[in-house]
Ligand binder design. Structure first.
Ligand SMILES: *Cc1c(COP(=O)(O)O)cnc(C)c1O
Length: 361
C-alpha cells in the first residue's frame, strides 16, 4: 500500500491512525456485532457515540456551557441561509466582510432575507489580504456581524477579530476549526463543515450561544431552525451517523495523540513556517498573500508562469504530492496543510520544490 501526501483543500487527508481504527471497527463496533454505518441512531450504543463526540468537542475547544453544539447537514453552505433566517430578526440588518468566495456567498444569501451590508472587501487585490476594519463603519444595531475566518481559496486568515461590541460575531471556521485554540466566548455563532479539519464530508458543526436560539423567521423551514436541533440533541431526524463517529475518532486523536489544540497549533505553525520560509527565499516560487494575513492551513503560491505552474503540479503528483493545483478561480498552486498533514509531508514537499527550482531555474 502506498499512500500519497494529499494537499487537497477539502475533502482532505485524515490522520492515518484514525482511518486504521475505523477500519478495525468496521464490521463490529465494540462488540455490537454491527458497523456504526448500520446501527439505529436511536440505539444506546449510537447515543454514546454522538454524546462522546459532543463531549470531546467541548473539551478540546473549551466550549462554554451557555453554548449549544449542533451536528447538522447541508454543509457550511447551508449556514449561509440558516444564519440570517435565525438571527436577522431584530433590526433585520447584518454586516459582512467580503474576504473571498465563501464570504461573498454568505453575504449574497443573507441579502435575500434582510439588509446585508458590506463593511469591507479585499476583492480589489484578489482577496490576498484581510481588510483593515473601522468599527465606525459597522452597523450599530445589526443583528450580527459575519466573517469568514480562514479563506480557504485565497489563504488568508484573521489574526485579530473585529470589535463588534454587543453585536454577535458569526464566523465561518470551516477551514481553520481545530487548528489552534479559539476563544468561543467572543462569538455568537461558529460554524464549520467537517471535511477540512474534522471528519469526512457530511456533518456541519454549529456552536451557538443559547440566547441566539429561538428567534427564527416564521418562514424558516423546520429543518433550518436552530431551535429544532437544539431541542432534540441533533436527533430531530437521522444525523450523519458515521461522519459523527469519524469526528469522534479525530477528536480522540487530537486530544490523546497530539495533546490538544495548543500542541496542534505549535505543529501547524512549524509546518506553515517551513513552507513560507522557503517561498520567501525561493527565486522561482512566491506566496500570494501579504505576510501579516497568511493562513496556517491553506498556502497558495505561484511561479508567475502558467506553463511552469502546470508542469510543477504534474511532476509533483507523479512524485506523490497530490492536489496541489490552485483553486480554478485563482490558478497557480495551493498546499492545504490541515491538521492531518504530518510535518514530514511538508518537509518532503519543500525538498521536492527545491529540486524543481534547481531543475527549472
Ligand atoms: C469548504 C468551505 C465552505 C463550503 O463548505 P460546504 O460544506 O461544501 O458547504 C464554506 N466556507 C469555507 C470557509 C470553506 O472552506
Amino acid at each position: 500500500m502506498a499512500r500519497v501526501y494529499n494537499f487537497s483543500a477539502g475533502p482532505s487527508a485524515l490522520p492515518e491512525s484514525v482511518l486504521a481504527k475505523a477500519a478495525s471497527e468496521m464490521l463490529d463496533y465494540e462488540g455490537s456485532g454491527q458497523s456504526v454505518m448500520e446501527m439505529s441512531h436511536r440505539s444506546k450504543v449510537y447515543q454514546s457515540i454522538i454524546d462522546g463526540a459532543e463531549a470531546l468537542l467541548r473539551e478540546v475547544m473549551q466550549i462554554p456551557d451557555n453554548y449549544k453544539v449542533l451536528f447538522l447537514q447541508g454543509g457550511a453552505s447551508s449556514q449561509f441561509a440558516m444564519v440570517p433566517m435565525n438571527l436577522m430578526t431584530g433590526s433585520g440588518k447584518a454586516d459582512y466582510v467580503i474576504t473571498g468566495q465563501w464570504a461573498k456567498k454568505a453575504y449574497k444569501e443573507a441579502a435575500r432575507y434582510g439588509q446585508a451590508n458590506v463593511v469591507a472587501s479585499s476583492e480589489d487585490k484578489t482577496f490576498s489580504y484581510i481588510p483593515k476594519l473601522d468599527p465606525a463603519t459597522f452597523t450599530p444595531d445589526a443583528d450580527y456581524f459575519h466573517i469568514c475566518m480562514n479563506n480557504t481559496i485565497y489563504g488568508t486568515v484573521y489574526n485579530e477579530l473585529p470589535e463588534t461590541g454587543d453585536v454577535p460575531l458569526v464566523a465561518d471556521i470551516s477551514s481553520c476549526v481545530l487548528s489552534k485554540p479559539i476563544d468561543v466566548s467572543k462569538f455568537g455563532v461558529l460554524y464549520a463543515g467537517a471535511q477540512k479539519n474534522m471528519a469526512p464530508a457530511g456533518v456541519t458543526v454549529v456552536i451557538i450561544r443559547e440566547d441566539l436560539i429561538g428567534k427564527a423567521m416564521d418562514i424558516t423551514p423546520t429543518m433550518f431552525n436552530y431551535q429544532t436541533h437544539a431541542d432534540n440533541g441533533s436527533m430531530f431526524n437521522t444525523p450523519p451517523c458515521y461522519t459523527i463517529y469519524m469526528m469522534k475518532l479525530v477528536l480522540e486523536w487530537l486530544r490523546d495523540e497530539i495533546g490538544g489544540l495548543q500542541n496542534m497549533q505549535a505543529i501547524n505553525e512549524k509546518k506553515a513556517a517551513l513552507l513560507y520560509d522557503y517561498l520567501d527565499n525561493s527565486k522561482l516560487f512566491r506566496g500570494t498573500v501579504v505576510p501579516e494575513d497568511r493562513s496556517l492551513m491553506n498556502i497558495p503560491f505561484v511561479t508567475g508562469n502558467d506553463e511552469l505552474d502546470a508542469k510543477f503540479v504534474k511532476e509533483a503528483a507523479a512524485a506523490g504530492f497530490v492536489n496541489l493545483k490552485g483553486h480554478r478561480s485563482v490558478g497557480g498552486m495551493r498546499a492545504s496543510i490541515y491538521n492531518a498533514m504530518p510535518l514530514e509531508g511538508v518537509e518532503a514537499l519543500v525538498a521536492f520544490m527545491k529540486q524543481f527550482e534547481q531543475e527549472n531555474a
